[in-house]
Structures are given as C-alpha cells and as structure tokens.
Design a binder for this molecule. Structure first.
Ligand code: ADP
Ligand code: MG
Length: 482
C-alpha cells in the first residue's frame, strides 16, 4: 500500500496535533544503578551483573555521571533542574526481571523547558526524567511476533542502561515539524555529549502521540501513541498515516479510541497494540532503595558553565555574521561548518559565496580546509581570478590536502586570464562567427541567451576552461552595445 499516495497528511479543514516522547540512552561508562558496562552490541548477556539481572538481594547505587548528563540535557533544553525522586513503575515483561522499572514519576529531575526549531518556532518540553532501560526479547519463529513464536530469547545487556525520557508538549502541527524537532533534539544531545543519538541502533527512540481536530476547535482530539519508529522518515510516514486514519474514522461517524499502536514500516501503516494504559495501572510508588537526588546549585552552575555552544546559538551567530535568517544558517550548522564559515566571513570573504560552498561543495566536511584559506579562496573567486568551476576544484584540493589557495590554483594551471588577452580572443571569435553574432545582437532574449552560451563555450574551448564565464558575458554585452 502506498501511503504517501493515498494519505496526504493534511486533510483540508483538519489539523494534526503531535507530541513526542523521546528516549535517549545516556553516554555513560556504566549502567544507571550498577557498574556493569553500558555498551552497545557484544555477546548477549555479557554486560550484566546482579543488579541488571534483578537478582534478589541486589541493591541499586545511582551513577553520578548519569545524573550529570541528565542535568546537561535539562539545561540545554531550558528546563527547571530540580530535586527529584525515583519511583517504581510496576509491570511485567520478561525483559525486565525485577518486574518493575525504576523511573521518575511526580518529581522528575528536569521540569518544564523549551527547544527552538531552526525556523525560530519554540516547542515546549514538559519534563525530562531519568529511568533505566529494559533488556531485549527476540521472539524466534512465527515471523518474530510474540504470539506465533516457538520460544523467546532475552538479552539483558541493555537492562539498566541509563535513559533520559524527554516529554515534549503537544505543540507540533505537521510531520515536517515533528521531524525538525527530533533532528534538533538529536543535534543538542550529540553536541552536549549526552548521547550518540543513533536512531538506527536504538540509542534514541521516538514514541509519537497524534490526534486530529477540526481547524478552529480549541480542545484537542483523542490521541494515539505510536511505537517502533526508528528513523526520521518513518516518523513522517507514521504521522501522515495516523492522522489520515483518525480523520477517516471521525468523518465516517466513528470515534478515535485512545490506543497504543505499532508502526509497521513494510506495510506503511499502524496497528493496534493495546488500549492505552493509565498511570494507575503502573502502581507507582517511591523507590525505597534510593534517596532523593538533590543536586547543589554549585554543581548545576558548574555543569552550565561547561556546556558547549548549542546549535541554536550557533545558528544565531552565523545568521548574524552572514546577515541571513536562522533557517538559512541551519544546514551549515548541521554540517558543523559554521566555525569555518564565521571565520572566513570575519576575514572579509563574501558571505553568500561562503554559504554556497558550505552547502554545495563541503557536504563531506571541511577536511584540512581552514578559515583563512577558505576566505582567501573565496576572495580569488569574487575578484575574478578564478571561475566558479575552478574554485570548486581548488576547494576540493584544499579539503583533501590543505595548502595555500593561490599556490594550489597555480599548480592546477588556473592562471587568471589577462583581460586584454580575453578581449582579443572574443573579438576574433565574433569575426569568425558573424551569423551567431548577428543573432546575439538582434535576437530575442531566448536567442541571446543561446548565443551567449555558444560564445562562452567557444572561449572555454580556446582557453581550456580558464576564462571566467561571467567576464566573457560582460564583455559580449559591452561589445553589443558599442
Ligand atoms: P501520559 O502520561 O499518558 O503519557 P502525557 O499527558 O504525559 O500522557 O502526554 C504524553 C505525550 O502525549 C506528551 O508528549 C504530549 O505532548 C502528548 N499529547 C498529550 N495530549 C495529546 C493530544 N491530544 N494530541 C497529541 N499529543 C498529545
Ligand atoms: Mg508517557
């Protein structure tokens, strides 16, 4: 079934409301409550100890590094960092041997905050709390589904890995915005070293709440929560599908039931997993084996002072340096090329050219290129010493090998063409092709364009591509006027 074709995300007259719950594994050396290694991959059940296996008599000891990373996340998301309490969330799954998960409930470490998308739109954060991850079940036989499987295997390597759960407010209104939110959140987590943000390895997982309402209605509709989304692409597809499903239900006189649904990537649709469970189903109570977490103001301040520049600040800085808006700065920042671009602009390079190169010619990174040589190169280009094509070639060499732009250009044989030489050449070509020249002078705009292409081509041929196409065009226009 081709979902994109039949399920446009926005149905006229309806609005989609989205709130995301993102789980990210924190990049600690060990687990949240024990010294077993926090490591992805490896032989099943090798990164375990009595605490991760939930053996009777084992007791949790809180990992200080996990708390520090959680506070970093809170500060980066403009949250209130506060005194927090761990709670037991009771439910049964074979991959959780204690039969409860230690999480935070009514007193999370990070309270309300916000995140800003590249377009300047702010999305609320409701909370960002600490909890432990579960193990992983593999159902063998029956296509991997639990009900049809012959037996199941459990790997506890992931059990007890520290997670931060970031609960976003229902402020998102389209699949595109939801993707932008997750991309921004991932960039923040990676920048502050809290998580590697790898969705494909499951170290960042997104649960997506979707509801729909008629445009103009103030109350939210009933939501469904979609699980098993493991790429930005699936996130967009799942939202489009689910919004359409809900609108279809309502317009055919039925009601949306609050459910937890599973995204099936191959089928391109969501399936009901279960009716939504309520908080009371989990019988939360404070974890008696852990004391409340009360980070001191000094500690919080020290963590804040050590935070690197965040993507939002970097976009603002580049936007200001280049006199553009923050969305136009987004790609360069995403690529990590903003330091280079800001340096090059500060050295006097033309900002639009700097950004064009960052976006089109440095997709694989800047390699050995530094701000000063980038600036020098762009100046050679805007000064007419190098054509756009030559600049690209020199740039590729600077990225791969480093060096001085002027020397690299000379080594590549890119001598700037003497303007007098060019005049002689252009006049000769005009004389050799009188019909083309007449068509250039007296033709309509299309004809003129065609013929200027012809003459530039001839000049390039005669000069082995050394001439500057723009200068040739200017010269042609000048000759046509005189
Ligand atoms: P629960 O405690 O049941 O998980 P919450 O109120 O904490 O419910 O909300 C969980 C997530 O659902 C949040 O990310 C929130 O933004 C989102 N959400 C809440 N109501 C809606 C709604 N009507 N439509 C879409 N998302 C919603
Ligand atoms: Mg929830």
């Amino acid at each position: 079934m081709n979902v994109e074709a039949i399920a446009p995300e926005t149905v006229p007259g309806w609005e989609t409301v989205i709130g995301l719950e993102v789980h990210a594994e924190l990049a600690t050396a060990t687990k949240l409550f024990s010294s077993a290694p926090n490591r992805f991959g490896g032989q099943p059940n090798t990164n375990v100890d009595p605490v991760s296996l939930g053996l009777p008599g084992s007791l949790p000891v809180l990992n200080e590094q996990a708390v520090e990373l959680a506070i970093r996340v809170g500060l980066a998301l403009n949250c209130q960092v506060q005194r927090s309490v761990f709670s037991r969330k009771n439910y049964f799954y074979p991959d959780m041997p204690k039969d409860f998960q230690i999480s935070q409930y009514d007193l999370p470490i990070n309270g309300e905050g916000w995140l800003e998308l590249p377009d300047g739109h702010r999305v609320g954060i409701e909370r960002a709390h600490l909890e432990e991850d579960t193990g992983k079940s593999t159902h063998v036989g029956g296509g991997g589904r639990i009900h049809e499987a012959g037996y199941s295997l459990v790997d506890y390597n992931r059990a007890g890995v520290p997670l931060i759960e970031i609960v976003g407010a229902p402020d998102l209104r389209s699949a595109e915005e939801a993707r932008s939110y997750v991309a921004e959140l991932r960039a923040i987590l990676v920048t502050i070293g809290a998580s590697d943000g790898k969705m494909e390895e499951g170290s960042m997982r997104v649960d997506c709440n979707v509801s729909v309402r008629p445009v103009g209605q103030a109350e939210f509709g009933t939501r469904c929560e979609i699980k098993n989304i493991n790429s930005l692409r699936s996130l967009g597809r799942a939202i489009s599908y689910e919004a359409r499903r809900q609108v279809d239900l309502i317009t055919s006189g039925e009601r949306v039931e609050q459910q937890t649904r599973h995204w099936n990537e191959d089928e391109g649709r969501t399936h009901k997993l279960r009716s939504k469970e309520e908080a009371y189903d989990y019988r939360y109570f404070p974890e008696p084996d852990l004391v409340p977490v009360e980070p001191s103001d000094e500690w919080i301040d020290a963590i804040r002072a050590a935070l690197p520049m965040l993507p939002r600040e970097r976009r603002l800085r580049l936007a200001e340096a280049a006199s553009i808006d923050t969305s136009a700065a987004a790609l360069t920042v995403e690529r990590g090329l903003d330091d280079l671009a800001v340096d090059a602009i500060a050295e006097g390079a033309d900002a639009p050219r700097v950004l064009v190169h960052a976006e089109n010619n440095l997709a694989d990174g800047a390699g050995r290129l530094d701000g000063a040589s980038f600036a020098a190169l762009v100046k050679m280009e805007t000064g007419g010493d190098l054509t756009a094509t030559q600049t690209k070639t020199v740039l590729a060499t600077l990225v791969a090998e480093g060096g001085e732009p002027a020397i690299v250009a000379a080594d590549l044989g890119f001598e700037a063409m003497d303007i007098g030489e060019m005049e002689v050449l252009v006049d000769r070509l005009i004389a050799e092709h009188p019909d083309d020249w007449t068509a250039f002078i007296s033709g309509d705009e299309q004809e003129r364009k065609k013929k200027s292409g012809f003459f530039v081509g001839q000049v390039m041929k005669a000069t082995n591509g050394k001439a500057d196409g723009r200068a040739v065009n200017e010269l042609l226009a000048h000759r046509a006027r005189s």
